[in-house]
Write a protein that binds this ligand. Sequence first.
Ligand SMILES: Nc1ncnc2c1ncn2[C@@H]1O[C@@H]2COP(=O)(O)O[C@H]2[C@H]1O
Length: 627
Amino acid sequence: LPPVLPPGQAPARQHLRTRAHSQDWRRRWTCHGVSRARLLLWGGDRRDPLSLEPLKSGLSAGQRDPKGGCSDPRSLCSPSCTAIPRNWTLDPAGDWHYRWISLMVLPILYNWVVLILRCCFPEVQEAHTGLWQALDGLSDALYLLDIAVHCHTGFLEDGILVRDISRTRRRYLGSWTFPWDVMAVLPTELLCLLPGVPRVPGVPAARANRCLRVPRLFEAFDRCETRTGWPNVFRMAKLMLYLLLGIHWHGCLYFALSAHLGLGVDPWVCPSSARPLRRYLHSFYFSTLVLTTVGDTPTPQREEELLFLTAGFLLAVLGFATITGSISTVIVNLSSASTAFYPDAGPVRRYLRAWGVGGRLAGRVVRWHQHLRAQRKLPAEWEVLQHLPRGLRAEVAASVHLEALRRVGLFRSWEHGVLRQLVLRLRPQVFGPGEFVCRRGDVGREMYFIREGRLAVVAEDGVTQLAVLGEGLYFGEISLINIKGNTAGNRRTANILSIGYSDLFCLGKEDLAEVLAEFPCARAAMEAKGRELLLRMGQLDTGAEAAALAAEAEARRRLQGLEVALEGLQTRAARLLAQLEASALRMALRVQRLEGHRRPVPQDRSRRPPPPSCPTRPELRLQPGTP
Ligand SMILES: Nc1ncnc2c1ncn2[C@@H]1O[C@@H]2COP(=O)(O)O[C@H]2[C@H]1O
């Protein structure tokens, strides 16, 4: 046991020391051993002659609780064990799992690159035997550790992460990757040591099973691709890696064939050169020529050479087609990613050309597109975010635009949650210099909030500026909110011209109505401002406004009267209903009583005259259908 134990574990340790555990014995006990012993003592045979009290008292309540966090009876061990509990699990979507599988790329690639090199270039194997043995051992250790990590990797069940070790382990053992993982760590090189088994030339060939770990490599690549911010760059790099690996393998095999046929015996085989690096580079160069179908290789002289080259060319055709296809996909992805952000100017330009629209107008269209790209304005950002769930989309949109919305005076006092809802209804729009956002007399369908830029309210001549609107202001609301006495009705009261490039948020009429229904104070503020503007423009009919206000007051008064009358009627109706029910009940009781009196009289008593207090009332006999 390590010298320092957490305070709670000291009695347990003392107990072990005093109970016939020799120094030697204790040293040999790993924390696993202690854990197992404790499991035996505590969870297993309770008739243990040793006193359990020191053990129990040495544990904290949490540890004693078999269901708690560090409660596993097996967790009584060294501080290092308490730091990494035995029942740890990794979240497969978490950072640690990602880091681990990224690390696993190294041993897998090591085996894929180095084994074939050592097999085909025996001098490389012999020159650094010690280094290779160390690296082989390290890679095997990582492979074994990876199996343990697999056993401790949680999985999702009904959307919930399962962290139960026994279940994660069972799941991994039943998965299709488990046999591959086991086969990849089998110490097959030991077979060469068995008597009677012919020694595999150059032990690395016996380690070929280490290459079976490739599914983990693909998993790591997949994960990296989803995590990285540059997926297309990553895809290209991955493609290059596969290409280089293919050339490397082909080059090694080419050299092996050359060595088999005799180095330098003809122009096709690898020349006999003293330096292994030179030989490897020649093989790599030769394979590059073959696999990229560049050709220009020496003519093969023998059948083996012909066969090898033909197989190489066939592989090259297949590989080349795959690589070309993948690269074109990456390029298409790159261009589609940029068009997803910015509208493509090409189709618009072709359209203008087809209809013979040129000159200034075509120039304005081009400049507008250029401005979007240069200033990173995204008018189609909702299309980019459309696949996100609504809540997440609102979060993203709020984090991008909330600051700009807060600058709009109207929204300054609004709550964060309301703005988050509003931001999804706003559509970003960009207007170029000299462009009219709205013209006087048009029917109003949306209003605008200025995010950036300057706009002018211009007179009928289109030049005279009556007012200039800037960042944080809004316009276009008068034609939407039905201000009393507005002679323009639902039509625009002014021309609004963008002076430079203006970045606006646009809000539709229905969305505005919904927002204002929830916020009467915002409606009041808008109406007050609109009324003031209308008054200034002389477009407010005060007589009509007063009449409308009076009519509204009258309507409100009548409505209140109707409400009072309705309430009275409801009370009376309720009272009548209660009376009706009471009289129905009384009637039913009376009928019941009368029927009781008219029960059939026994035969011998039938001749007796009826008692004087109970006269027969034939008129009260109920007829069928009588309520
Ligand atoms: N003098 C002004 N100053 C500022 N804004 C104005 C002025 N006149 C009109 N507007 C705004 O311009 C908008 C034009 O469309 P609407 O009439 O819907 O609403 C109008 C107002 O919001």
